[in-house]
Design a binder for this molecule. Structure first.
Ligand code: SAH
Length: 477
């Protein structure tokens, strides 16, 4: 982050504004909104500016800028529109150690001003760090349109009840009280402009029995998708933002974990093959412990929790201990990788079924029903299959699947470093080793994998199409 975001308390503090024209006028209005005492230095004022400068909080010095003007100011803004003046103001402020902004000159400024959405006391500032001010303004317009006009009134309303809530509701329940309030019917009343009725209802809420009950903890087992944060569901995002504690796996990237609240506890429980940072038993115990202490726990898993994710075991464990469990589905690796590689997992006439299998093996060879997997016209999506790919390919071929069946390996699917390796079943293992696949990878076996082929494999495609074993399938399409 190039700039530190902060809100500055200027009430009754002294600010210096240099400039008397249109540019300065906007800054003056903003400074007055923030209740600053403004010293305005300009030899001349525009008509509008002169009007605004009549405010009792503005002291107009009708003369050019002098170095000593910056002394003792909480901040300085230069909007003179004259490079020589702006530079002199910036230099004087830098010398005096006072924060300075020169309009449209980030190079001369020690702070920059964001695009602002004002729902006082709720204020949203957007900055692109000076790189794309127009983008910031477009965003502002979109957010403006999303926010109810009376949002400021709602924030003020809540402000007047903060002390009462603090005195009545135990600390552990306060955040949840406010969360329920802001999405509940009393807030709706305020937004609709019926504040008197809302006040009465609010007193009922604060003093009602529900607000005194100890908060009940829970666990949401949440699928985070294959990697691209845009593939999170809205529900996953909501649960993450409500969570007190987040336990996350190796497959979940930092961009996604960062959607959690700033003050949520984040616990890494990733399991790498030989190097388990936490055993499944420890993870189960941690989840139960936090939930039973009244926390809202999110168990964040790659892909979908119920597909090779041990979500089922975790759910059983928690339910047996009386913990409320919710499962939030995610985009599983097969779906995410297939989409990212342009491979339809089923295709009319070509792939009538798709089977998700695991290549994980206890003793070198996965325990799978090879006969059914080798029957054609289906797609196999192999999870955790890189290290056993050779033996999987061999068994499938032995049980009758064509050695020329197209395969595609998607490594780090949907992430920035995604790679796709294609080939045919008989040389799957060789291809994997040549490409040195090390990230999480999904193997897709079946005619549909041909869709991902490019370059040299295209030649292979022509060759395969010419082979007689393609004929029945071609006729079937
Ligand atoms: N519950 C997860 C799967 C966990 S098993 C899901 O539904 O996706 C871990 C395996 O998932 C990895 O070995 C790999 O085969 C696959 N996988 C997960 N994320 C992946 C990604 N971004 N790209 C490719 N494969 C991925």
């Amino acid at each position: 982050m190039r700039y530190f975001p902060a809100f500055h308390d200027l009430s009754s503090r002294s600010a210096l504004l240099v400039g008397g024209g249109e540019l300065a006028l906007r800054k003056l209005r903003l400074l007055l909104k923030a209740h600053a005492k403004v010293t305005l230095v300009a030899p001349r004022l525009s008509t509008d500016m002169a009007e605004q400068a009549r405010d009792s909080r503005v002291l107009w010095m009708c003369r050019p800028f002098r170095t000593e003007d910056v002394r003792g100011r909480a901040l300085v803004i230069s909007a003179s529109g004259k490079p020589a003046v702006d530079e002199a103001v910036a230099a004087a402020a830098a010398e005096a150690g006072v924060a300075v902004n020169v309009v449209d000159r980030p190079d001369l400024s020690s702070f920059i001003m964001p695009a602002v959405i004002d729902r006082d006391p709720l204020v949203i500032g957007i900055s692109s760090g000076g790189d794309a001010p127009i983008l910031a303004r477009q965003l502002r317009a979109r957010i403006e349109a999303m926010l109810p006009a009376r949002l400021g009134a709602l924030a003020r309303f809540a402000g007047t009840f903060r002390a009462a809530v603090g005195a009545t509701i135990p600390p552990a329940g306060r955040r949840r009280f406010w969360e329920r309030f802001f999405t509940g019917p009393v807030a709706e009343e305020v937004l609709a402009g019926r504040e008197t009725a809302a006040r009465e209802a609010m007193l009922g809420l604060i003093n009602g029995p529900a607000s005194q009950a100890a908060p009940a903890g829970s666990v949401a087992i949440v699928g985070a998708g294959p990697g691209d944060p845009d593939l999170l569901t809205f529900k996953a995002l909501r649960r993450l933002q409500e969570a007190d504690v987040v336990l996350y796996d190796k497959l979940v990237g930092p961009e996604i974990v960062d959607y959690a609240r700033r003050d949520a506890e984040r616990i890494y429980v990733g399991k790498a093959k030989a190097n388990h940072s936490k055993s499944q038993d420890e993870i189960n115990a941690l989840m139960a412990e936090h939930a039973l202490a009244g926390h809202r726990v999110v168990r964040l898993k790659g892909g979908d929790p119920f597909i090779f994710g041990r979500g089922g075991e975790e759910m059983d464990y928690l339910e047996a201990r009386g913990v409320t469990v919710e499962v939030v589905p995610g985009v599983t690796a097969a779906a995410g990788c297939a989409a990212a590689a342009g491979i339809p997992l089923t295709l009319r006439g070509t792939a009538l079924a798709v089977t998700f299998i695991t290549g994980h093996a206890r003793d070198g060879e996965p325990d799978l029903d090879w006969t059914s997997l080798a029957s054609g016209k289906q797609t196999l999506a192999v999870y955790m299959g890189v290290s056993t790919a050779g033996v999987v390919a061999k068994r499938l071929i032995e049980h009758g699947l064509s050695a020329g069946t197209p395969v595609a390996v998607i490594e780090n699917g949907t992430r920035d470093d995604q790679r796709i390796v294609t080939g045919r079943l008989e040389d799957l293992d060789l291809r994997l080793r040549q490409a040195a696949v090390t990230g999480p990878a999904l193997i897709i076996i079946g005619e549909v994998a041909r869709k991902a082929m490019t370059g040299e494999d295209r030649g292979l495609e022509a060759e395969l199409t010419a082979l007689p074993r393609r004929l029945p399938e071609a006729l079937a399409v």
